[in-house]
Design a binder for this molecule. Structure first.
Ligand code: PMP
Length: 290
């Protein structure tokens, strides 16, 4: 991804894509003092942009480095990156980190840095596969307990086990992995939240030890507008046998159907399709009469 034309916003200015570099002694590189965001632009409009900028600031704050850029400044920088790269439909990736001003576990003297890149990124999962539903392996790692990691920050360090779980799944022929939480309850996929359907109702794991996704919150709102009951609860793996439909939600993944998770099978049905359509209409600024 480093050898391209285009511009990346870095610490207040647009730089040529190839020159958006950091030093090897960047604290984040050694100690994972980094947080990030991911959002999509549709027809030139970044969906829920300020919510993503707010979460970025909140994530950095949780890791102990407050960003000197306001939500409005981050929003403006994201839009400037789209314009500079002549993009209207794109994925936008802000990343903030502790710099190379100090080495060692203690990093009080490091400065917070912020960069924002954007590029065209089609569907997160293969579209043909996603039509029938993608296949999930069961991850070898569990999401960490809330007293072992800052589980509500979108922190790079939390993604180590996601990449390892995703690679493990891909090597076994699956598209992604379903992760359980530290107590063995259903949590989420490696980069998206989970929703299930049973008897006309939506079920989703309580977001107490993992990211309460912006897409997750959006889908809950859309379901309520449709009069579909949404139940947030702790879900044990055994309960998966009783669910008829399963889909994932995320800014990158959008609404993606799941056909299989370990030994459990699902098929996209009316509610999954309705949620995918409503999300698609909303992000593309189409007016829907509920
Ligand atoms: N969980 C994880 C681990 C993620 O990486 C993401 C993507 N940011 C989500 C859930 C979904 O979050 P959102 O809907 O805010 O993109």
């Amino acid at each position: 991804y480093d050898d391209r034309d285009g511009f990346i916003w870095m610490d207040g200015e647009l730089r040529p894509w190839r020159d958006a570099n950091v030093h090897i002694l960047t604290h984040a590189m050694h100690y994972a003092s980094s947080v990030f965001e991911g959002q999509r632009a549709y027809n030139g409009v970044i969906f829920k942009l300020s919510q993503h900028s707010e979460r970025l600031r909140r994530s950095a704050g949780i890791l102990g480095f407050d960003l000197p850029w306001s939500v409005e400044e981050i929003d403006n920088a994201c839009n400037a990156v789209l314009a500079a790269n002549d993009l209207t439909d794109a994925y936008v990736r802000p990343v903030a980190w502790r710099g190379s001003e100090q080495m060692g576990v203690s990093a009080q003297q490091t400065k917070p840095h912020l960069a924002i890149a954007a590029w065209e990124w089609g569907k997160y999962f293969d579209e043909e596969k996603a039509e029938k539903g993608i296949r999930l392996d069961i991850a070898p790692y569990r999401r960490p307990a809330p007293h072992t990691a800052p589980v509500h920050a979108k922190a790079a360090g939390l993604y180590m086990i996601c990449t390892m779980s995703k690679h493990h799944a891909e090597k076994r022929g699956y598209d992604d992995a379903l992760m359980f939480d530290w107590q063995g309850r259903v949590a989420e996929a490696t980069g998206a939240n989970a929703f299930f359907v049973r008897d006309g109702k939506l079920f989703t794991p309580t977001a107490d030890v993992f990211l309460n996704g912006i897409t997750r919150q959006t889908v809950i709102e859309l379901a309520e507008k449709r009069g579909i009951e949404v139940v947030e609860k702790r879900i044990w793996p055994e309960e998966l046998a009783d669910f008829e439909e399963f889909f994932l939600t995320g800014s990158a993944a959008e609404v993606t159907f799941v056909s299989e998770a370990g030994p459990w099978n699902f098929a996209p049905g009316a509610i999954s399709r309705q949620m995918r359509q409503d999300y698609d209409d909303l992000v593309n600024q189409r007016v829907v009469n509920f």
